[in-house]
Design a protein around this ligand. Structure first.
Ligand SMILES: *Cc1c(COP(=O)(O)O)cnc(C)c1O
Length: 403
């Protein structure tokens, strides 16, 4: 086999379909959020970032940076091992306690990413619970899909956010078989939110465990900010809450929060937890400071929602087609891979605005979009410049407007 030719051909296919991924080469500017330097074609340009998952700007918050610097000075760079072999630092222990109490659970477990948290937890449950059936929302994130696939559980996919379909599928399975329902709270590509209480009703009716990915909600919903499960008053009905420390919390890492026995079980049997070196202590210290701050500052979340709502109404007034998002994510539809990339390029080149195009396979073909994520730190002047830029690009490229 000509291996090199094989790789090159597969890449050519991506180019031909207009979905070859080019990463913006950025240098974020601590203290000037959401500004960054963009390195392109040997030049450097100042851009306003409108697509970051650092949803609240916590990745540059002085409290977080101070905690991280202090921990580096105190403990050094790396953790020095897996959690079992010398890698558990006191910051990990404090952070796990904080995550447990934030999510009103007995215990929590840290992972090196939200991805690994989903993959390891779901795979381990699938491999260890004999005859487990997992019911998975059709739009679940790749990390959940992979975790479910890699385990031995019997898989069922229910229609997105459709509790009738979930109930129908669950009713077809033996009453006494162990079951788990896996879903997200906020779905980050369309900006819709799961009917959590209804899902819990169905899960309870069938005696199932519930698993909720709060990656796009933790830090941002509920008075204490732990997520939509808190906001909707269903935390005690969710068996396992999963989240990330890399989005609104602003650092990196993932977690689950659950009962003491379940958490200890994943700690003891989950390969992606056991066989990987622990997060650096400074990362745990930064995440801890960030969560403690977010818990006590609900006004950040109020401002965040206000910014998103203001952007949504400005877009509607300008005829720029946004999906009817019910959260902080504002997907603006283009519907064509090449046009979507062109729109993003024009925003960057002509307007110093960075919004990454979102193409297949992240979203279905024909639903290519610009996914805009306003934060509490995007001020009115930035919003005004974004509207001018979008209006210009929509006109210039002849992209379809809203009816
Ligand atoms: C980003 C994401 C993850 C993975 O979290 P990381 O901490 O970035 O690895 C998991 N679930 C969903 C829904 C995500 O969007």
């Amino acid at each position: 086999m000509n291996y090199e030719q094989f790789f090159a051909d597969r890449i050519s296919d991506l180019h031909r379909e207009g979905r070859y991924r080019i990463f913006a080469d950025l240098e974020r500017q601590a203290g000037a959020f959401p500004m960054a330097k963009n390195y392109r074609d040997g030049k450097v340009q100042d851009v306003t970032v409108w697509c970051s998952n650092d949803y609240l700007g916590m990745g540059q918050h002085p409290i977080v940076l101070e905690a991280m610097c202090e921990a580096v000075q105190r403990c050094g760079a790396g953790a020095g091992g897996t959690r079992n072999i010398s890698g558990t630092n006191h910051y990990h222990v404090l952070l796990e306690e904080e995550l447990a109490s934030w999510n009103r659970k007995e215990a929590a477990l840290l992972f090196n990413s939200g991805y690994v948290a989903n993959q390891t937890t779901l795979m381990t449950l699938g491999n260890q619970i004999p005859g487990l059936h997992i019911f998975s929302d059709s739009l679940n994130h790749n990390s959940m899909i992979e975790g479910i696939r890699q385990g031995k559980a019997i898989r069922h996919i229910f229609k997105h956010n459709d509790v009738k379909d979930l109930d129908r599928l669950m009713s077809a399975v033996d009453r006494d078989a162990p079951k788990l329902v896996a879903f997200e709270s906020v779905y980050s590509m369309d900006g819709d939110i799961a009917p959590l209480a209804d899902i819990c009703d169905v899960a309870e009716k069938h005696g199932a465990l519930t698993y909720c990915d709060e990656v796009h909600a933790c830090g941002m919903y509920g008075v204490k900010g732990s997520g939509v499960c808190e906001r909707d008053g269903v935390l005690d009905r969710i068996t396992i809450v999963q989240g990330t420390l890399a989005k609104a919390v602003g650092v990196v890492g993932g977690y689950i929060a659950a009962s003491r026995a379940l958490t200890d079980f994943i700690r003891s049997f989950g390969p992606g937890f056991i066989f990987s070196s622990a997060l650096p202590p400074a990362i745990a210290a930064g995440a801890l400071a960030s969560i403690r701050h977010l818990k006590e500052h609900n006004e950040i979340r109020i401002r965040h929602q206000e910014r998103a709502n203001t952007l949504k109404s400005r877009l509607a007034a300008a005829g720029i087609p946004a999906l009817p998002s019910v959260c902080h994510i504002v997907p603006v539809m283009v519907g064509d891979a090449v046009l979507c990339k062109q729109a993003s390029d024009d925003l960057m080149r002509r307007h110093n605005i960075y919004v990454q195009p979102i193409n297949y396979p992240t979203v279905p073909k024909g639903s290519e979009r610009l996914r805009i994520t306003p934060t509490p730190l995007h001020d009115d002047a930035m919003l005004e410049r974004l509207m001018v830029a979008l209006t210009d690009v929509w006109g210039r490229l002849g992209i379809r407007k809203a009816a």
